[in-house]
Design a binder for this molecule. Structure first.
Ligand SMILES: [Zn+2]
Ligand SMILES: [Zn+2]
Ligand SMILES: [Zn+2]
Length: 373
């Protein structure tokens, strides 16, 4: 491939990714920004704004291939039409087909006074009869202006806006809508991802099914929110989200941290206690099962100390103490940070927390009795 074409292709792919996937740094390339003169203010007429936005999105996305093909000819001086069935001819034909189809679809919506647009159709699904949808749209326009609402970012393409009366999923080509009074929200699944950017090392998402029937059966859609936003979602919803017994998830960042904390402590050397084990002084429920033992190599600037306190805490209470001493604004440093013994104030790190090995004699090789699962 010609060097000019290769360079143009690379920069075009980069530009298209910025246009399709919204990021904070490339928001100037979003459809909302590029078409702001056509779209107007979202709060003036929310429904109409999004009907126009979806049309602009469809138009722009469908023109990407054709613009690329024209760009190849313009920037790299490649002939506009090749001989035979070459890749650039195929791209050109596909581009024309996509652009024409998008224009026909948008014309179809417009010629029916937007009644056939997916957003209007979704509003109709909520109303008692078809004519009711304008009324519902009007209510939504009013409600969205209320200061009490929450916006959750589900992905780089999808947001969810929850007001006191509505749940609105904003996606590139449509809006999914539900009135809170008729909606039933159920957590369907959770998924956990390793993330280096958060101190706990994981990010967990809830996939929630929104079922809003009373008038049309099976009008459901799915929203996906970060587990840390779940509390805010519950607060603004009128009904509780249904959580089936088989679905478990972290309720807070402290919960998340505690799990990762225990995983790390579980990998440290065990301590064979010579002291009598008493209940944990933090919760009085679990027996004390950790002891601070210096296991780490000395850090010249901030060395860990030697704690001579007997085992007094369970691993959960020690984890909560460790968490409470961390800088909330810098979760990325939590696991590598230091803490001080609650009693003697000697400095320790996460490597210095040993679980108690409760096998009475130490000659049985490795002991996993106290191991956390
Ligand atoms: Zn405890
Ligand atoms: Zn101590
Ligand atoms: Zn240490």
């Amino acid at each position: 491939m010609d060097e000019n074409i290769a360079m143009f292709t690379l920069s075009y792919i980069l530009m298209c990714s910025c246009l399709v996937f919204r990021t904070v740094f490339t928001s100037f390339l979003s459809v909302e920004n590029l078409c702001s003169a056509i779209l107007g203010d979202e709060m003036d007429n929310f429904v109409m704004y999004h009907i126009k936005r979806t049309c602009c999105t469809l138009f722009i996305h469908s023109s990407l291939l054709l613009v690329y093909r024209l760009g190849v000819s313009w920037i790299a001086n490649y002939p506009l039409v090749d001989d035979g069935l070459t890749i650039f001819n195929i791209i050109g034909i596909l581009g024309i087909v996509m652009q024409t189809s998008a224009c026909i679809i948008i014309y179809y919506w417009w010629s029916h006074n937007w009644k056939t647009h997916p957003i209007s159709q979704n509003l109709m699904a909520l109303g008692e009869n078809e004519s009711h949808y304008l009324n519902l749209g009007w209510h939504l326009n009013i409600d969205i202006r209320s200061p009490r609402k929450e916006v959750f970012r589900c992905s780089s393409l999808v947001d969810v806006v929850v007001t006191e009366k509505w749940i609105v999923k904003v996606s590139p080509y449509s809006l999914d809508l539900a009135q809170q009074q008729d909606a039933i929200l159920t957590v369907v699944t959770t998924d956990t991802h390793a993330m280096a950017a958060t101190g706990t090392g994981i990010a967990q998402f809830l996939n929630i099914k929104v079922n809003c029937t009373p008038h049309r059966e099976n009008y459901t859609f799915y929203i996906r929110i970060n587990v840390l936003d779940f509390k805010d979602l519950q607060e603004i919803l009128r009904k509780r989200v249904i959580i089936p017994r088989n679905v478990t998830f972290y309720r807070s960042i402290a919960d998340q941290f505690l799990d990762v904390f225990k995983e790390h402590v579980n990998q440290n050397p065990y301590y064979l206690p010579v002291e009598e084990i008493e209940p944990c002084v933090g919760c009085y429920t679990n027996p004390a099962n950790v002891k601070l033992v210096k296991n780490c190599f000395d850090d010249v600037n901030d060395p860990c100390g030697n704690c001579n306190c007997k085992p007094m805490w369970c691993v959960s209470c020690m984890g909560q103490w460790f968490y409470s001493r961390q800088d909330e604004g810098h979760p990325e440093s939590w696991l590598s940070s230091k803490c001080t013994c609650p009693l003697c104030r000697s400095v320790f790190c996460i490597l210095d927390i040993s679980l108690l090995d409760d096998v009475p004699n130490g000659n049985q090789g490795f002991h996993f009795v106290n191991r956390l699962d």
